[in-house]
Design a protein around this ligand. Structure first.
Ligand SMILES: *Cc1c(COP(=O)(O)O)cnc(C)c1O
Length: 385
């Protein structure tokens, strides 16, 4: 697609995605891979990601948070497996059958309702039981496994869970993996208990990106990476742990770049206030470039007076507050800047690069949030690079 007529767009690199999929497949070995398409595919866009993943046979599953996301995947033509990680309203569980989904279950109510619906339709359903091992979010407590087992057995079309999963609380923000080990021990104990109760799972899955990258013993029969698919490390600590263990530098390449265009260039005199709140005042004659993006597009307001963008391979600092739809940058020292010149907000321009991780650092958040909050309204463009 041509980007000439666009004032803001997100580029997705097909070769970077290909590279990351190969890296994930190498780490996963023979195990099934379920990649996460939550949050509009971590801001990359659900539709373009589905179109890119459809031909990738090594990806057997996608995981999503909600029923709505799952339905979108089906409508976009995803005909392989879908695991729904988040809750589904009891009154909506029928959709699990309509869309052929694999729900993660963690309440007796949902399980019982699924059992009754399955009996009514005379079709079985693959459920994944979420085990509570110490994240204390969604999940079934060890003491509740017995009543859960009796619900499974009561329903002829349920019988037992297809999968048993859990999620680590403290595997990416630390180089101390004691708590992760504790959770893994508890998980193994709970799976043994499930077997003893006659509801042993066919597949076990615990590995988010950080676990997949760092710990072989978390991989079991299926892995569930998210952020690594898109070429980002879950954290600096994960990257450090990986490198300390002798891993290679280049296994992940960022898929996404975000660009815009200058929509006005203007010279303002010394002592001029810029933007809302008059938080920036020039000390000398200044050339400003106005950009047609702001916090509603996902350029966080906390980047005000902090970050920079790239123009002609050079850094142009953000001046004053990021507005809802506009941002001002200083191009005084970049010669020959023209109207509709391309600007890089995330990505590389010549020898300079701005990463989602850098923006996250300035904004006091994590790369996940910077990506997940990119506006779904921005056009996504696929590139071969
Ligand atoms: C989002 C999510 C993942 C993927 O996590 P990443 O850190 O992005 O790899 C895996 N499992 C569950 C339950 C999740 O919610």
């Amino acid at each position: 697609m041509q980007t000439r007529h666009l004032l803001s767009w997100i580029e997705l690199s097909k070769s970077a995605l290909d590279h990351n999929i190969k890296s994930l497949a190498r780490l996963a070995g023979k195990r099934a891979i379920a990649v996460s398409l939550k949050a509009n595919a971590y801001g990359h866009g659900l539709a373009p990601m589905i179109s890119l993943l459809r031909d990738r046979r090594e990806i057997e599953y996608v995981t999503v948070h909600s029923l709505e996301e799952a339905a979108c995947c089906r409508e976009l033509g995803w005909d392989r497996r879908i695991m729904v990680l988040g809750p589904i309203a009891l009154s909506e569980l029928e959709a699990v059958f309509d869309w052929d989904l694999e729900p993660v279950v963690f309440t007796r109510e949902a399980l019982d309702k699924l059992g009754r619906l399955a009996a009514k339709r005379k079709t079985s359903v693959r459920t994944h039981l979420k085990l509570e091992t110490g994240t204390n979010r969604q999940g079934v407590l060890e003491k509740d496994l017995a009543p859960i087992a009796s619900i499974y057995k009561k329903h002829k079309y349920l019988k037992k869970p297809y999968g048993a999963g859990m999620h680590f609380a403290n595997i990416e923000d630390t180089t101390n993996h004691e708590y992760a080990q504790h959770q893994l021990d508890r998980y193994n104990r709970m799976v043994a208990r499930m077997k003893a109760l006659g509801i042993g799972p066919t597949i076990r899955h615990t590995a988010c990106s950080a676990a997949l990258l760092l710990f072989d013993k978390t991989r079991f029969e299926l892995v569930r990476p998210g952020i690594a698919l898109y070429g980002h490390w879950p954290s600096k600590e994960t990257y450090l742990s990986y490198r300390l263990a002798g891993g290679h530098n280049d296994i992940l390449k960022p898929v996404l770049s975000w660009r815009t265009r200058i929509t006005q260039v203007k010279d303002v005199p010394a002592d001029a206030f810029i933007g809302y709140g008059c938080t920036y005042r020039t000390t000398s004659r200044t050339r400003l470039a106005i950009l047609p993006i702001g916090y509603s597009d996902g350029y966080d307001r906390s980047l005000s007076n902090l970050s920079y963008v790239l123009i002609k391979g050079k850094r142009a600092p953000v001046r004053s507050r990021v507005c809802m739809n506009l941002t001002m940058v200083d191009v005084t020292d970049i010669s020959g800047v023209k109207l509709e010149e391309p600007v890089t907000l995330i990505g590389t321009d010549k020898k300079e690069m701005i990463t989602a991780e850098q923006l996250a650092g300035w904004a006091g958040t994590i790369n996940y949030e910077i990506l997940a909050r990119l506006s779904p309204n921005t056009v996504r463009v696929l590139t071969d690079k």
